[in-house]
Design a protein around this ligand. Structure first.
Ligand code: HEC
Length: 152
């Protein structure tokens, strides 16, 4: 429990660093004091989104989720419209704690609760934020992504 709390704390810190990085040119002028590592301007928004997309491939999320018409074996919902329903923080929570949200209604189509609870161990905090941020940009309302319901 203690270890988990600590790692969540680190993730929040990483999120703050990444969000500051997303702030563009403020980054170079930003404070470098405190115990957070100084943020360099090399973490541009484009690179950050690319990192998110790389994580999608690396963690093989596509095995269960269809996105941009690719991947998915009908085990999980198509995620092209997930950004309409969930914030980046919500998506991050879902990745770290898959039982935190459940897709509404789709019991017949998908077996619920099948998303692996392993990413919090496999992924670096910053990678989770990048992946969540990248997924949050998908707002294609013509795709029938089921509405996620918050469980905890
Ligand atoms: C073994 C299959 C599987 C894998 C692999 C998987 N998911 Fe899921 N995912 C699901 C299922 C099933 C749901 C539907 C809700 C539920 O039952 O948890 C879901 C739902 C979601 C949702 C929507 C929230 C919700 O509860 O409806 C997001 C966002 C998501 N997954 C992201 C990811 C990301 C990012 C990865 C890779 C790091 C990933 N998933 C890997 C099965 C999977």
């Amino acid at each position: 429990m203690i270890a988990r709390a600590k790692s969540l704390d680190e993730q929040v810190k990483a999120l703050e660093i990444r969000l500051r990085a997303l702030g563009g040119d403020q980054v170079t002028k930003g404070p470098t004091t405190g115990d957070s590592p100084p943020v360099t301007a090399s973490v541009a928004t484009g690179d950050f989104m690319k990192l998110g997309e790389e994580q999608w491939q690396l963690q093989e999320c596509y095995n269960c989720h269809k996105l941009k018409g690719e991947g998915g074996k009908k085990r999980g919902p198509e995620l092209d419209n997930i950004g309409t329903y969930l914030t980046v923080d919500d998506i991050k929570q879902k990745i770290l704690d898959p039982k935190s949200f459940m897709a509404e209604g789709f019991e017949k189509e998908w077996e619920k609760g099948k998303m692996p609870d392993k990413y919090k161990d496999l992924m670096e905090p910053g990678d989770v934020v990048a992946l969540a941020s990248w997924l949050g940009t998908f707002k294609n309302t013509s795709v029938n992504t089921p509405k996620p319901i918050k469980k905890k």
